[in-house]
Design a protein around this ligand. Structure first.
Ligand SMILES: NC(=O)c1ccc[n+]([C@@H]2O[C@H](COP(=O)([O-])OP(=O)(O)OC[C@H]3O[C@@H](n4cnc5c(N)ncnc54)[C@H](OP(=O)(O)O)[C@@H]3O)[C@@H](O)[C@H]2O)c1
Length: 236
């Protein structure tokens, strides 16, 4: 099973775009989920699906469309995420709930929905994209940090539940990368962040794509329940 059927959420985002291109170049069968920014792709091995991850019917449709087109699901990459900056005492109920819905609830319900196909094939890879702020905390990110920390706990429990079916579940915790959410951070704050990174540089999407390439490979079948840190030494 060299070429995998891969569902990638947040494929329209900055990091998602890089991951999708990398995996497409390797000839995998891709299902690319987007929400507000549509994705055009004429490759017959690629299906693009509009899906609001806060909507349970959309989640079901994403999985149903994948099975209808490719017959199975080998890999789920929960990459979509939002970050609403606010100190805890100003975070609204709506901000909290929306963050949890997209960053934590959707990965859980999507995982639940892909498990039957993965179990039937005795093969599966679930990858949850989390963040260093879940590990360290960071002012103004209470909802985001809580949702991403939840993903790490979810990863550990799912990995234990699914190991006997040869389904691995891992998280990748990103430090500060050179594209995507970082674009919303003011330049002077970015400069301050950089000073905290021992390697004194931002992450490159290529590092993320290569890490995913390894985790979805057959050779990585003994790796599960882990949080792989890509952060230039910021946290270990
Ligand atoms: N970039 C970094 O430095 C960094 C650091 C740590 C962790 N991360 C994590 O890496 C992942 C990707 O981040 P990024 O930087 O690529 O972010 P991004 O460019 O803002 O992309 C976010 C993605 O999430 C999708 N999305 C947002 N709300 C959605 C909803 N309701 N339903 C479905 N999809 C929705 C967006 O779809 P549309 O655009 O189509 O609406 C987009 O594809 C996130 O989980 C983030 O937390 C990033």
């Amino acid at each position: 099973m060299e070429k995998k059927v891969i569902v990638l959420t947040g494929a329209s985002g900055a990091l998602g775009t890089h991951i999708a291109k990398y995996l497409e170049n390797q000839g995998h069968f891709l299902v690319l989920q987007y929400n507000k920014h549509s994705i055009e792709n004429a490759n017959p091995n690629v299906l693009t699906v509009a899906c609001d991850l806060t909507n349970p019917e959309d989640l079901k449709s994403l999985v149903d469309q994948t099975i209808a087109r490719f017959g199975r699901i080998d890999v789920l990459i929960n990459n979509a995420g939002i970050s609403k900056s606010n100190v805890s005492w100003k975070t609204t109920t709506e901000e909290w709930n929306q963050t949890m819905a997209i960053n934590l609830n959707a990965p859980f319900f999507l995982s639940q929905a892909v498990i039957p196909s993965m179990r039937a094939n005795a093969f599966g890879r679930i990858i949850n994209i989390t963040s260093v702020v879940a590990q360290t905390g960071f002012i103004g990110t209470s909802a985001y940090a809580a949702s991403k920390a939840g993903l790490i706990g979810l990863t550990k429990t799912l990995s234990k539940e699914l190991a006997k079916f040869q389904i691995s579940v891992n998280a990748i915790a990103l430090g500060y990368f050179n594209t995507g959410m970082i674009d919303d951070v003011p330049a002077e704050v970015q400069a301050e962040l950089l000073k905290q990174v021992p390697m004194n540089k931002l992450g490159n999407p290529e590092t993320l794509a290569k890490t995913i390439e390894f985790l979805i490979s057959d050779e990585a079948g003994f790796v599960t329940g882990q949080t792989v840190n890509l952060n230039g030494g910021l946290y270990s």
